[in-house]
Design a protein around this ligand. Structure first.
Ligand code: SAH
Length: 249
């Protein structure tokens, strides 16, 4: 007589395609655990993605890996998720930091989103003489980083540091961490490729660094000045290109 595994349903479930929704949640994650989401995430699930009780998604918290989860309750100000099987183990992100002068809102947000997709571990908004430092809200940038991390499948969310002056960034920079400084066109210094050690990239404001700032940047032994080619790039382009070069194998 044929015996039927009591686990057929569970097995079929495990072979189903992975859900497309992926949420970053705070707090510990483990199989058979429970997660309470933020109000924003509940709104996203219910009204943006039109999901309901019983629907599945992926969750990660930057520490315990990624898990399947099922919506157990969906309210206006939170959702309750029950955590199922693990889907991916936690992995480390490259140890890459980005220092950037905040730009206007849209290009700043683009830069934070792309930097997150390119694996940056920490973001440092930096005030320079020519930074139009108007309304840079670190919380807003952090929310963009979370969304980009959810979307691109990375296992951590970059840290968005509080904005600081360029001189403070340079003074506090760990001397053993190379800082690749994008110092505009016209020099013959080539961009490094595939640097793997802890490292950082620095990109200036729309108006460029002042001569005094360029001298200050160059005076630090951990700084590696680079050019990204003969054309004048917008700062957000320079950040994307610089990060891609540092990540290229
Ligand atoms: N000073 C320029 C504008 C700066 S571009 C002017 O107004 O003439 C903004 C930032 O992008 C610069 O500070 C630099 O960090 C980076 N950048 C732009 N083009 C670059 C290039 N070809 N090589 C290296 N960095 C560049």
């Amino acid at each position: 007589m044929m015996t039927q595994s009591p686990n057929v349903l569970a097995d079929a479930d495990a072979r189903a395609p992975l859900p497309s929704i992926r949420l970053y949640v705070a707090g510990p994650l483990g199989e058979r655990g429970m997660v309470v989401t933020s109000g924003g995430q509940a709104h996203y699930l219910a009204h943006v993605m039109r999901r309901g009780i019983g629907d599945r998604l992926l969750v990660f918290n930057g520490a315990d890996g990624e898990f399947l989860a099922t919506i157990a309750d969906l309210r206006r100000d939170h959702a309750v998720l029950t955590v199922g099987a693990p889907t991916r183990a936690q992995t480390a992100e490259p140890d890459l930091w980005l220092g950037f002068a905040p730009l206007k809102r849209a290009p700043t947000e683009l830069m934070v989103q792309k930097a997150t997709e390119l694996g940056v571990a920490a973001l440092f908004p930096v005030f320079t003489t020519r930074t139009n430092a108007d309304r840079t809200k670190p919380e807003r940038l952090a929310a963009i980083a979370v969304e980009a991390a959810e979307q691109c499948g990375r296992m951590t969310v970059p840290v968005v540091h509080t904005p600081r002056a360029l001189n403070t960034l340079l003074a506090e920079w760990p001397p053993t961490r190379p800082l690749v400084a994008c110092l505009e066109r016209g020099s013959d210094i080539q961009p490094p490729r595939g640097m793997t050690a802890p490292r950082g990239l620095l990109v200036g404001p729309e108006g460029g660094f002042t001569d005094m700032e360029l001298d200050a940047i160059r005076s630090h032994p951990f700084v590696l000045p680079v050019t990204l080619g003969p054309r004048l790039l917008r700062a957000e382009t320079a950040a994307i290109v610089g990060l891609a070069l540092l990540q290229a194998e």
